[in-house]
Design a protein. Structure first.
Length: 272
């Protein structure tokens, strides 16, 4: 008797396949619900009012920045603007096509693997530049910036977004801002990202209109202490490894929730 072609075997096989599909469906739906809960908690955090310590820290940093000559601010702004634009322009040609027709669980498994790869890369880079003192420490800034932007490009396509679209690259910059902004400025950036399908219709067609001054200042203020410590001989290498690893982890976590927000389209209203 041919067991493989028997009706009973076909029924059994059909039953096993259906059960497996049901289990997969339940697992995917459970993960979506879990991701949605994580997203809501993250959104509340983004809208949280800054603490007294946050406000005082921001005032001190603003005061410190006021002592820096305006021409220095302009020079730094132009430098970071050109660096980021260069990476944005180049990365779109070295990034894969958007991942389509895939469930959230599969997407985020791929995203987490990608984040871990970039964390290791950034940690090695931070250790090497940290071991080299001030000169190599200065080289860490543009290298790490390029690593972060490229990571965001890779995450965007894994969530199915087309980074050749200028407006998607603006969203990508907002993710970068959100990850490395002070608690005082964070809410403003977040609200620019809520309901992005509508927000992007208001964008100018030229990326030069982006607020590069606040972008560079918030990013620089966020990194100042850690990156200064990285230039200290002997301890610079381990600090570079630790700091770069954590920065990439933070950026990755922010990107995951920022793109979940786009997919779920359920942003919370602003706290009054």
């Amino acid at each position: 008797m041919d067991l493989w072609g028997s009706p009973s075997f076909s029924k059994a096989l059909s039953f096993v396949v259906n059960v497996s599909l049901q289990k997969a469906f339940i697992m995917i739906n459970s993960y979506d619900a879990f991701a949605n809960l994580e997203l809501k908690a993250w959104q509340k955090k983004m809208l949280r009012r800054p603490s007294l310590f946050d406000k005082l820290s921001k005032k001190l940093q603003t005061k410190f920045n006021s002592w820096i000559p305006e021409k220095v601010h302009r020079a730094i702004t132009v430098t970071i603007k050109q660096m980021v634009r260069g990476v944005l322009f180049g990365a779109k040609y070295t990034t894969a096509h958007p991942l389509q027709n895939t469930d959230l669980l599969t997407r985020e498994e791929a995203v987490r693997k990608k984040i871990n790869i970039y964390r290791k890369t950034a940690a090695v880079e931070g250790g090497i530049t940290g071991a080299g003192g001030i000169l190599l420490g200065l080289a860490d800034f543009p290298i790490l910036l390029a690593i972060k932007i490229k990571l965001l490009f890779d995450i965007a396509v894994l969530y199915g977004f087309d980074v050749t679209d200028y407006k998607e690259r603006v969203y990508l910059l907002h993710i970068f801002e959100l990850a490395f902004s002070s608690a005082v400025y964070r809410k403003k950036v977040y609200l620019q990202m809520v309901n992005w399908d509508e927000q992007q219709k208001k964008l100018p067609e030229d990326i030069n209109q982006f607020d590069w001054r606040n972008f560079q200042q918030e990013y620089r203020d966020y990194l100042d202490v850690a990156k200064m410590a990285q230039m200290i001989p002997l301890i610079g290498a381990p600090i570079g490894v630790l700091v770069n690893n954590r920065l990439i982890k933070k950026l990755g976590r922010t990107a995951i929730n920022a793109y979940r927000m786009r997919l779920f389209d359920n942003a919370l209203p602003a706290i009054k």
